[in-house]
Write a protein that binds this ligand. Structure first.
Ligand SMILES: *Cc1c(COP(=O)(O)O)cnc(C)c1O
Length: 232
């Protein structure tokens, strides 16, 4: 558990240095500690070291951990693919959903959150590389999602998320991060309200410094904080 505290400090330091290189204010970057496969005790250890934002990639796995850490006032992010039949459950427990990939899914989450009297933030996951196995909206799918966002009751659309293909070194991910930022800039120039696109969720353990240099405001980091995950 001491290791979690030390690794968190190291990651925060590396984020601050990457921000410095890009002339950015480090406080404009939020660290999401991705706790998937790790226990609620690991989450509590990170929380004790000041970590507030936590990410999970599966709704079912998250439910127990969220319940077990309910006294800690943490902010929970769903970073993995959301199936539409889990939209309701997700809307009841998560504070931020990074993986909206269709207007139908966004509608479902909004309806469920509105009924439950909850408010939450959402990002649209964009499939930049168009890999057959990856989830996310194509650039062409974005227009109907964004045009729906103004009429939502409980969900606030706040930005875009990308999960670039696995690459051997972090520099190879840079073009994808840059592409997401440029997409955001283009959509804003074309009239999408800037507050809907303020957040860029990009960067993981092996490439978050490059993502910060390219404008990430949310970095999703698991192994660099909690250690390596045993293969499931
Ligand atoms: C697991 C996961 C992460 C964190 O990955 P690490 O390489 O452990 O930092 C980030 N984003 C998503 C969508 C994930 O599923």
């Amino acid at each position: 558990m001491q290791a979690v505290r030390a690794r968190l400090a190291d990651v925060r330091d590396r984020i601050a240095r990457a921000a410095g290189r890009a002339g950015r204010d480090p406080s404009s970057i939020r660290l999401v500690a991705v706790s998937k496969t790790f226990s609620a005790d690991c989450v509590s250890a990170a929380a004790a070291a000041g970590q507030v934002d936590f990410g999970e990639n599966k709704v079912q796995e998250a439910l127990g951990k969220i319940e077990q850490t309910a006294s800690l006032s943490l902010r929970w992010h769903l970073v993995g693919h959301l199936q539409s039949n889990k939209a309701r459950k997700a809307a009841l427990v998560f504070d931020v959903i990074h993986s909206i990939d269709s207007h139908a899914l966004l509608r479902r989450v909004d309806d469920a959150a509105a009924e439950a009297g909850r408010r939450l933030d959402a990002l649209v996951q964009v499939d930049l590389a168009r890999e057959p196995t990856k989830h996310g909206a194509s650039v062409a799918d974005l227009a109907p999602i964004l045009s729906q966002a103004a009429g939502l009751r409980a969900v606030r659309l706040v930005g875009l998320m990308a999960l670039p293909p696995a690459v051997g070194n972090a520099e190879e991910a840079r073009p994808f991060f840059r592409q997401l930022r440029e997409l955001r800039d283009r959509l804003t120039a074309e009239g999408t309200p800037p507050e809907m696109l303020g957040e860029l969720s990009m960067g993981m353990s092996h490439d978050f410094e490059v993502a910060v240099e390219e404008g990430a405001t949310l970095v999703r980091i698991g192994t660099a904080i909690f250690g390596s995950r045993s293969v499931l």
